[in-house]
Design a protein around this ligand. Structure first.
Ligand code: NAD
Ligand code: ZN
Length: 368
């Protein structure tokens, strides 16, 4: 069984299809949204051995000619060098304006292939076939593409919507458990932002079911997450206002990631988990949120196996002052002010631009 969610963006509207075993029939679905009969699959060297053949075969059976590129797995793939190599490979096989780019992989491949598609021949269509939980619930929806540069992560890119997203839950079986949980942090995030029912379900067994890759639980969580993100994105496609709520846990999380360094101790979703706990602690400290809600956040994330305190780096606790400094230099800062996503409680997030740095520092000092 599969479920379809329509993302409403006028003439750039598209479907998100969620189900188990979608890859085997992906060719017909992709052909149906293609303007021509050519596909270019972009994937990475972890995903390719598992899924490249299934996708290629399905596309060929649907009558498409298929080329592909296999990028090195990992965040480093999102670089100028790899973007250049990818565009060269696409042009070397004489890709056309009607070529469909197929992003087969996690968020890294989605961001890189989407960016390449947006600038190849001034823009060719692309579809997302996300293969990590994080990419299925977050990065494949919203239309942000991009790469990392020396100055920081995701600083060069485009807003570019896919023609279709195919989220096949069966592919999560080959994903390392740690990566599954990192994606789960973003699912929990949607509950904390504005969906207390989702949170209650996660807490009362939904989260545990997702962690053991129960099909129905996965579908429900992905559908709820994509619905939540699509709703916010549709009302604020280019991130001026409410879209910032999606950054719950991310201001703290990015500081933790920056302090840990590239390939550091925390995956992005793990840093977001710790960051959400900190955001709730700060909300409590500011008298906005009942302590019991912050306690529930901490307890549930810990129960599914996510970190809830900053890790040590080289045997040392992280430095609270340096974490604060990272937050002040986040790219989301405007007019020298950090926008915090805080909460009145579970499912009641708010944006707040008047936060006292000493109060943030206190929360950081208590956490490390
Ligand atoms: P990822 O793409 O690096 O995938 C994680 C790891 O799992 C990689 O080693 C990958 O090779 C492997 N993998 C992927 N699918 C697999 C499968 N089915 N079986 C086995 N291994 C598999 O990481 P991610 O967490 O999916 O994405 C992170 C990236 O997403 C970051 O670059 C981040 O900036 C980006 N992102 C973008 C947005 C957006 O809106 N565009 C939102 C959130 C995150
Ligand atoms: Zn995130």
């Amino acid at each position: 069984s599969s479920q379809t969610l329509r993302v409403d963006l006028g003439d750039r509207s598209y479907d998100i299809v969620i189900g188990s075993g979608l890859l085997a029939g992906c060719g017909e679905a992709i052909r149906a949204v293609s303007r021509g009969k050519r596909a270019f699959i972009v994937t990475d060297d972890n995903v390719a051995p598992h899924y490249l053949d299934i996708v290629r075969t399905s596309l060929e059976q649907a009558g498409m000619r298929v080329d592909h590129a296999i990028m090195p797995a990992g965040e480093q793939a999102k670089s100028w060098d790899n973007l250049g190599r990818l565009l060269d490979a696409m042009l070397a096989v004489r890709s056309e304006r009607k070529t469909m780019v197929v992003a087969l992989g996690g968020g890294v491949i989605g961001d890189l292939a989407g960016f390449a598609a947006s600038i190849l021949l001034r823009g060719v269509d692309f579809v997302q076939v996300p293969t990590t939980l994080l990419s299925q619930v977050d990065s494949s929806v919203g239309g942000k593409t991009g790469i990392n540069v020396t100055q920081g992560k995701n600083l060069v890119g485009t807003f570019y919507q896919p023609r279709l997203v195919l989220a096949d839950t069966a592919v999560l079986r080959t994903l390392p458990v740690r990566e599954v949980l990192a994606g789960y942090a973003e699912v929990a995030k949607y509950g904390l932002i504005d969906d207390p029912h989702l949170w209650d379900w996660l807490e009362s067994g939904g989260g545990a079911a997702i962690a053991r890759l129960d099909e129905q639980a996965l579908q429900r969580a992905i559908l709820a997450s994509c619905t939540a993100k699509a709703r916010v994105v549709a009302s604020d496609e280019r991130e001026s206002g409410v879209r910032a709520l999606l950054n719950l846990g991310h201001t703290f999380g990015h500081a933790l990631e920056a302090e840990g360094g590239y390939g550091g101790p925390l995956l992005h979703g793990e840093a977001v988990a710790v960051g959400m706990v900190m955001a709730f602690d700060l909300s409590v400290a500011m008298g906005l949120c009942p302590p019991a809600d912050a306690a529930r956040v901490r307890a549930h994330l810990a129960a599914v196996g996510l970190p809830v305190v900053p890790p040590q780096v080289n045997g040392q606790p992280m430095n609270a002052e340096r974490l604060l400094a990272h937050m002040a230099s986040d790219k989301k800062v405007s007019d020298g002010k950090v926008t915090f996503v805080l909460a009145h409680g579970i499912g009641q997030s708010i944006l707040c631009r008047d936060v006292d740095p000493p109060q943030v520092l206190q929360v950081l000092q208590q956490a490390v």
